[in-house]
Design a protein around this ligand. Structure first.
Ligand SMILES: [Zn+2]
Length: 203
């Protein structure tokens, strides 16, 4: 049963989160599951008590939120929701779309019991990324996500990086490019490709 393996990976992840935060018991774990993740929410709920028995996550409430499938259209540039079985652009109906999200399974948040919870040991960026990637791979059958995972993961990093840099430079793209160490045109191209909202005139 695939979901049992997913739950075992989830319990490991919850143990790591708990250990990094003082070792409290997991009261609640909130997951986001894409419809194309290959994970059945009902089976996940069923497998979780078995996988978590005897662990710090035993008896925890599992909240599963279903994410939507989001596609980016290379025809009109729109970013829209799509039905999992009908991958078309919601704006122009083109089939020339690339999936932006919808095949992920992410641990969104964890609530630990206050009794033993202590201030969190700051997690390094690499540790945080690895934790997310581990869960991402574990959420796919045989640990293999759909093709294009490199670009999807890089975009996940590039989008907040550019957004926060632009916020720090109050929307000044010339300054942002200098801070990032990117060519101005490269930055402009990335802003367009990643569909980062641009606020002008704040600087
Ligand atoms: Zn379109």
């Amino acid at each position: 049963m695939h979901e049992l393996a997913v739950c075992q990976a989830l319990v490991q992840q919850l143990e790591a989160v708990s250990a990094a935060n003082g070792g409290g018991r997991v009261e609640l774990a909130r997951l986001r599951v894409g419809p194309l993740s290959g994970v059945e929410a009902a089976l996940l709920r069923h497998a979780f008590p078995l996988a978590s028995a005897g662990s710090i996550a035993e008896g925890a409430e599992l909240v599963i939120e279903t994410a939507s499938v989001v596609v980016h259209c290379s025809e009109c540039g729109a970013r829209t929701d799509a039905a999992p079985n009908r991958m078309l652009c919601g704006a122009c109906n083109s089939f020339r779309v690339r999936m932006v999200s919808g095949d992920e399974m992410m641990l969104e948040s964890v609530e630990l019991s206050a009794a033993t919870a202590a201030p969190a040991e700051p997690e390094s960026m690499a540790q945080s990324v690895e934790r997310h990637l581990r869960a991402y791979f574990a959420s796919h059958k045989d640990g293999l996500p759909a093709s294009g995972v490199y670009d999807r993961v890089i975009a996940e990093v590039e989008r907040p990086l550019i957004r926060l840099t632009l916020a720090a430079t109050r929307g000044n793209q010339i300054k942002a490019a200098a801070v990032l160490g990117l060519n101005r045109n490269t930055l402009r191209k990335k802003i367009r490709e990643l569909e980062i909202p641009v606020v002008r005139g704040l600087g």
